[in-house]
Design a protein. Structure first.
Length: 305
């Protein structure tokens, strides 16, 4: 028998409609997408083409979805894609993407087309949650016919230019709540036992096991190491259960798992993870690390077209 470890559901039984409704009723808005994201996007209209690529209807609320695209788009240039907020609670993914847009994206004018999607999951951003209102993880649902509206909207947006994307970096965090809330909730939702894990202390990357590009991954790690510390491997040589293939780098099958990093044909693609709860890092460092990662990713791709 599986012991109870989460306040919703019956241990060993996947959630049904009632359990998902009970979970949804517990979620509370804690910050404002309009104030934190849309206001900043509006202020960037002088520098970018601001594109509304969809809208989420989560009655009584609606969330317009925006992307920033380079002015003077040139089909002859490679395209660089930066995404943030696929998991809405991962704050530096959102603010790092916005900071990259405001401070550094213009560095690449005339050399690359830059597309920035700063907050893929605004409902999750406001509630500081990993899932959407359907108790779905958007970062496991970048698949054909996706049931996650956030994932489906982003894939529709990217589809016309996906083959021209040279580099895609997806900005994420790992927080202490992964272990205290989100992993237990996932196990409960799926009717599985909860197996406690560890939280990596530091920055690391999830590369694509099918397109690992080790030089690219290490260039990003080297840039971020100037800002914040890189996560060491656990004693068994893994980070979150995956084998470390180079300092600060693990690999996932990104397309098979329906991860955001797999939505284009990019030669260079990776997922960042910073740890804002570390005693050795601050929120400011985490935001700066995301910007450094994005810049290093674009620089490497341009140098290795």
């Amino acid at each position: 028998m599986i012991e109870a470890f989460y306040p919703i559901g019956t241990p060993g039984q996947p959630w049904g409609t009632a359990e998902k409704a009970a979970w949804l009723a517990r979620q509370r808005k804690q910050r404002s997408y309009a104030d934190d994201v849309l206001r900043v996007v509006e202020g960037l209209r002088a520098d970018f083409d601001v594109v509304q690529y969809g809208e989420l209807d989560y009655a009584p609320e609606r969330y317009p979805l925006f992307a920033l695209r380079s002015r003077d788009w040139n089909e002859a240039l490679p395209t660089m894609l930066v995404t943030g907020g696929v998991h809405g609670y991962e704050t530096s993914g959102v603010h790092g993407a916005l900071r990259f847009a405001g401070q550094r994206a213009s560095d690449y004018a005339g050399r690359a087309n830059v597309v920035i999607v700063p907050c893929v999951s605004p409902w999750g951003y406001e509630r500081i949650h990993r899932w959407d209102p359907y108790a779905l993880d958007p970062n496991r649902n970048f698949t054909a016919g996706s049931p996650a509206p956030e994932s489906a909207a982003l894939m529709r947006f990217v589809a016309p230019f996906r083959e021209g994307v040279l580099m895609h970096i997806d900005l994420h965090e790992t927080t202490d709540t992964d272990e205290s809330e989100f992993r237990p909730a996932l196990a409960a939702r799926d009717g599985k036992p909860f197996e406690p894990g560890t939280i990596p202390d530091g920055f690391y990357l999830c590369a694509d096991g099918e397109k690992p590009a080790p030089g690219f991954q290490q260039a990003v790690i080297a840039a971020v190491a100037k800002i914040t510390h890189i996560a060491p491997a656990d004693p068994d040589g893994t980070i979150i259960g995956s084998q470390v293939v180079a300092p600060g780098v693990i690999e996932y099958p990104v397309v098979k798992w329906g991860l955001c990093a797999g939505i284009t044909a990019a030669r260079y693609r990776t997922t960042t993870e910073v740890y804002p709860d570390s005693p050795r890092a601050t929120p400011e460092q985490c935001n700066a690390a995301q910007v450094a990662a994005a810049c290093a990713a674009v620089d490497y791709a341009l140098a290795h077209v």
